[in-house]
Design a protein around this ligand. Structure first.
Ligand code: ZN
Length: 222
């Protein structure tokens, strides 16, 4: 078994503590928040995300996903609360899986990259991205509003739609990478949510990852 992949998997499983996981009904409820100064000073934990951070610092990987808004947070994960750190790690692991399971293709600059094909699933991918990242949606959900995609009346407001990676400065292949990383994170954190709102995305991820011998010994999507 690939040692690096093994370490990534061990670290990911380690981070899935029941206390964190049981609080995640749908991944869209996650909003990044920093730890208080008190909890920071009291923590003697091993820094989270060591293996995932090491992957992005390894030779040849330094330039992967340079415009990812979460990548810069890897160097100070300890400043975030557990759920937020878990979200960042899940997103970055999503990038690794997209990269490892993907097919060679070119970005807009003509550089070779590796990514899972997104033909015909852009609509679902953008739905997931908005549903998990739209600041207004997240803010209103925090205050208890039930904003479920299945409930069209409460979800209809225009400000609850249209939040895309482009609004965080990611375009072209960078935007597509953000869409897939968030979809894979959502699939890992809540498979039922992902399969309900984006069945075609779920099928595409399964088709890319499950038969892949470089990945299927460490992760399988059901
Ligand atoms: Zn990213």
């Amino acid at each position: 078994m690939d040692t690096e992949s093994d370490r990534l998997e061990v670290e990911w499983r380690h981070s899935r503590t029941p206390a964190v996981w049981s609080s995640i009904e749908r991944p869209s409820h996650q909003v990044l928040s920093r730890r208080s100064a008190r909890s920071k000073s009291m923590s003697n934990d091993r820094p989270p995300g060591e293996a995932i951070r090491a992957f992005f610092e390894a030779a040849g990987n330094e330039n992967l996903f340079p415009n990812c808004p979460f990548r810069r947070e890897l160097s100070h994960l300890h400043e975030f609360d557990a759920a937020s750190a878990d979200r960042i790690l899940g997103h970055m692991l999503g990038h690794i899986i997209d990269h490892r399971a993907g097919q060679p293709c070119r970005n807009e600059s003509g550089e070779m990259i590796s990514a899972i094909n997104q033909d015909d699933i852009q609509h679902e991918l953008r739905f997931i991205y908005n549903d998990c990242n739209n600041p207004r949606l997240n803010e209103d959900r925090k205050s208890g509003a039930e904003l479920d995609p299945a409930d069209l009346d409460s979800y209809r407001s225009p400000e609850y739609h249209g939040f895309d990676p482009e609004q965080r400065g990611c375009f072209g292949a960078d935007a597509r990478a953000e869409l897939m990383a968030e979809a894979i994170r959502a699939y890992m954190q809540n498979p039922n949510y992902l399969k309900m709102v984006a069945p075609n995305v779920a099928a595409r991820i399964r088709a890319a990852v499950n038969p892949n011998p470089a990945l299927n010994q460490i992760i399988q999507f059901n």
